[in-house]
Design a protein around this ligand. Sequence first.
Ligand code: SAM
Length: 348
Amino acid sequence: MIHDKTPIASAGTGLVDLFARPISYLRLSLTDRCNLRCRYCVTEEESNGCLTKLTHDELLSYEELLRVVRVAVGMGIAKVRLTGGEPLVRRNVMQFIRDLTRIKGLDDVRITTNGVLLERYGRELYEAGVTKVNISLDSFKPERVAAITGVDCFGQVWRGVETALALGFSPVKLNMVAMRHVNDDELTDFALLSRRLPVQVRFIEFMPIGESSRWNADTYIGTDEIMARIAALGELIPMEKGRSDGPAKVYRLGADAVGTLGFISPISHHFCSRCNRLRLTSSGGLRSCLLHDYEIDLRPVLRDGSDDEALRQALLAAIRNKPEGHHLDERLRRSGSDCHGRMSRIGG
Ligand code: SAM
């Protein structure tokens, strides 16, 4: 899947890929480690403790990450999301984040977290300039959260949500991966939360990625069904897309709802034609698509004394090879499952 064409990408005027998509968003996985063992993210053996972790040397250092971001921002990347693994478990993460948010030209740094450490780090994050947060939460039932994540953490996560709201994070988005027979009986409870709290509740289609591959066609619920079930509660009013809505289709559940609902459909309604992302794994793999295995290893470029121009060329090569789209839905119809490396490594 290597396109051998000249990139339509240039410094100064921003980055555009071969399919005329502007590329302005970099997702940085800070670590492959996590304080949870979500069942859709890790295998059975891994949830029992046999998680292979990157060695110190394999992991990009903070200096290396900052260098990549500086070069990327110089080329037109305007938004960075920190993810993982769990970004907040990496040692000295707050100092890194302060250094990151000081990078000239980078005004939009966000974080996706499981929320467990948000009560502890919320204020520092906010003061460092990270004021937009996505918090993953798949259930309001403590025992169910424990069953899904392998850790009894609902209380901590919920205090994290409350901390973010009290500090004034905006937006606060709650990511709920919808899974039949796992948490679909809570779809309406999640939707109703948006009527009373200023959050965006986001329903994400369960993707068959991750070595765990506990995905099956029965567990997957498409956005159309999710929306139909929520629409039974009241009118779903379409909202104009905000800058921070990404691929979500956004609605309000009733005109007086304080928050909103976002529907993210990577499988049933591809958003590839609008995809503006690059991803950097914690070990330095530069990917232009979550669902393709093509990856450029930045570690040699970062460690062999090459200059920033070499790094720029590597970024351009990743953009040049960004696929037009993924065909997961077709592959799923054929084979029933698929797998593209652990989400915690790639950075979901
Ligand atoms: N640890 C952080 C967290 O929990 O938000 C960041 C990493 S986590 C991999 C990022 C997001 O990917 C979470 O919202 C998680 O629910 C989502 N995710 C992981 N595996 C998924 C899958 N198979 N399908 C859909 N979403 C998935």
